[in-house]
Design a protein around this ligand. Structure first.
Ligand SMILES: [Zn+2]
Length: 225
């Protein structure tokens, strides 16, 4: 027989077969392909004292607590969506590489785990891959029977780290056109992201609108000249 992934000949007695619920479920595989298929998601139970469990297209080390499915957003792009029958998803976030939100997410993660630990809530964090190398999905799951309490604790942790402040996110308030306009009106501030724009508003406070109108008028006069 042949390995379904690499076509290499394998003896029937030495063949592996894809785990239940995976993409290659019950398909014959060689040892290398079975063990070395790239993980689609990595699962950490609780504080992560245990080994991380991986889910690939050939293996599922979570005993099917979690399953993953590829979700394509167009022919070249997509992400892995995770599902669970035993656990409920209580939060998810995109982790962007080299972004200001990283530190805040780390604090949120620390806080929410402390709260879960002290309330005896069993949880798992899941990192799922996407086709975009710059981000990963970070998902927080809790045992189904504790969902309501867990959601309240998530809200508490979020309030403490200012999680919902738009300054952490990209292109939520300003699209790139609006940002370019702002950057031109406030050249001294080199505005590049929502974060910079929000900082401007924080610093100018009530003066923001007056200042903006003043600069817009000056800009109009320049155009009319
Ligand atoms: Zn193979």
């Amino acid at each position: 027989m042949k390995c379904t992934i690499c076509d290499q000949r394998i003896k029937r007695s030495e063949a592996y077969s894809g785990d239940e619920g995976t993409f290659y479920e019950s398909k014959p595989l060689c040892k290398t392909c079975y063990y070395e298929d790239e993980p689609s998601a990595t699962v950490f139970y609780g504080r992560g004292d245990n080994e991380p469990r991986i889910i690939s297209r050939t293996r599922n080390e979570t005993e099917r607590d979690f399953t993953v499915q590829w979700h394509s957003t167009d022919p070249w792009r997509g992400y892995y969506e995770t599902k669970s029958e035993k656990y409920s998803l209580v939060n998810n976030a995109e982790i962007l590489a080299h972004h200001e939100s990283g530190q805040m997410l780390k604090e949120f993660d620390e806080k929410v785990r402390e709260l879960f630990d002290s309330s005896g809530i069993e949880y798992a964090t899941v990192f799922a891959r996407s086709s975009n190398v710059f981000y990963q999905n970070y998902e927080l799951y809790v045992k189904k029977d504790k969902e309501l309490t867990a959601r309240l604790l998530v809200a508490k942790a979020k309030a403490e780290v200012d999680y919902n402040n738009p300054k952490w996110y990209r292109n939520i308030i300003f699209d790139s056109n609006a940002l370019a306009k702002l950057a031109k009106l406030f050249p001294e501030r080199s505005i590049k992201t929502d974060h910079d724009a929000v900082r401007l508003v924080e610093e100018l406070g009530d003066e923001t609108l007056t200042e903006l109108q003043k600069r817009l008028k000056a800009e109009e006069r320049k155009v009319l000249k």
